[in-house]
Design a protein around this ligand. Structure first.
Ligand code: AMP
Ligand code: GLY
Length: 422
């Protein structure tokens, strides 16, 4: 099978790594990719938002199968453009990707499907905003309706800041803002592969969204992740499949916009039960790095079964008993405007039997050196017999890497590793 992966982050490096290990994959391509993906796939330049260009690339390569990583091309309909050329594609249609592309749409689907989520108001005017903020009180949760790369959500005790963000959102193109009840409790990311009928949940993971240790500092795309979750109820995955994933997939089909691809449920485990914080229409980053580190079933077969409506016949997934931890190395000043172009060394030294380095914002400079090229630069990923061992291996690998001005969190999986050790 000749496979083309679209995207160029550490999530796509993790996808490409797993695809390269699948014996059914005979040739692997990625567009645009990054310096690390170049080790396992042939890279091609492409504008990932240009469906015609992506589809033409797939046709020219003779690709049998395309996997679209990021949300922006999915929402732009890139998977539709690929399928229109007769090529199997993993990723929802542009219409179905509205589950991530519009928070108001996602709320509407959840209401129709009876999926538990935060109570919310969709507001378009200052009066509606004030009424909604008053109705819920602090902490205020204010969400831009459209895609905002993790930066559209403000959670604050400050009513003025909440109101300002809400007004800025209604001034933006969608003209709408979602204001919702605050959900208290640990967060879980649960991914499911689906063909629009059958739902196959993956193992749950936890993400660390804030920039600094102790969940301080600004929100980011994600600074680290781990899996499994030793503290979670063993019945959690079954419960979420029954109350969230299957009803959502059924409702999307009923609406005539079947969702086939990766359904990502961002969940809060509250004292009143599990609630959906958000849906995404693609693999999460950096959770994918730890989930795929533990998946033993061949990835290409699973994703192709989802893309072709064959999931019901797909054998049960096999998982490693190992735990996995990933720590993100970020550029100087991330999540503000990151500094780029700094050389990265120690990558070979960081790699061992238990650890490997997935690239995100990296590229080769004219001299062939790996240099930083984005905010999140690397995902240092390690496995071990338990979270404590995986964590130790991840931080040992990270210590070998040099990138001027870089920062990372030092507490990824620390609390959970302590609990799993008893
Ligand atoms: P989202 O972009 O919807 O994932 O939101 C980003 C982050 O904001 C989430 O991971 C949560 O940490 C936080 N958040 C979003 N919605 C809520 C909510 N209703 N209650 C508490 N925290 C929230
Ligand atoms: N890790 C959060 C996300 O991928 O949206």
């Amino acid at each position: 099978m000749k496979v083309l992966v679209i995207g160029g982050g550490a999530r796509e490096h993790a996808l490409c790594r797993s695809l390269s290990l699948d014996p059914d994959v005979t040739s692997l391509h990625c567009a645009p990719g990054n310096a690390g993906i170049a080790d396992v796939a042939e890279l091609h330049p492409v504008d990932v938002l240009d469906g015609a260009a992506v589809a033409a690339l797939a046709v020219n390569l003779g690709a049998d199968f395309v996997v679209v990583g990021p949300e922006a091309p999915l929402v732009a309909g890139v998977a539709d453009a690929v399928r229109a050329r007769g090529i199997d594609c993993f990723g929802p249609s542009g219409d179905a990707a509205q589950l991530e592309g519009s928070k108001a749409f996602a709320k509407d689907v959840m209401a129709a499907a009876g999926v538990p989520t935060a109570r919310s108001y969709v507001c378009a005017t200052a009066e509606e905003i004030d009424r909604a903020l008053d109705a819920f009180g602090a902490p205020y949760v204010v969400k831009d309706d459209g895609l905002a790369a993790g930066k559209g959500v403000v959670v604050t005790d400050d009513a003025t800041a909440a109101r300002e963000h809400a007004l800025a959102c209604v001034a933006a193109p969608s003209g709408r803002v979602v204001i919702e009840e605050y959900l208290d409790g640990p967060e879980v990311s649960l991914f499911a592969v689906t063909d629009g009928h059958t739902v196959v949940p993956l193992q749950p993971a936890q993400d660390f969204k804030r920039a600094l240790d102790g969940d301080e500092g600004p929100n980011t795309g994600g600074m680290g992740a781990y899996s499994p979750l030793p503290w979670a109820d063993p019945k959690l995955v079954d419960e979420v499949e029954r109350t969230v994933l299957q009803p959502t997939v059924d409702e999307m089909r009923r609406r005539g916009t079947p969702f086939a691809g990766l359904l990502y449920a961002g969940l809060a485990i509250t004292s009143r039960g599990v609630r959906v914080i958000e849906f995404n229409a693609r693999f999460g980053d950096p959770e994918t790095q730890v989930v795929l580190a533990r998946l033993r079933s061949p990835l290409a077969g699973l994703l192709r079964a989802a893309a072709t409506g064959q999931l019901a016949a797909y054998p049960a997934l096999r998982w490693s008993d190992d735990a996995a931890v990933t720590v993100v190395v970020a550029s100087h000043n991330y999540p503000g405007t990151p500094r780029t172009g700094d050389p990265i060394t120690g990558l070979a030294e960081a790699t061992s039997d238990s650890a490997y380095v997935l690239h995100a914002g990296t590229r080769l400079d004219e001299a062939g050196r790996v240099v930083s090229a984005g905010g999140r630069v690397l995902s240092v990923t390690a496995t071990g017999t338990d979270l404590a061992a995986a964590r130790t291996a991840a931080y040992a690998a990270l210590a070998a890497i040099r990138l001027d001005g870089a920062h990372h969190r030092s507490d990824i999986a620390a609390t959970a590793a302590g609990r799993s050790a008893g």
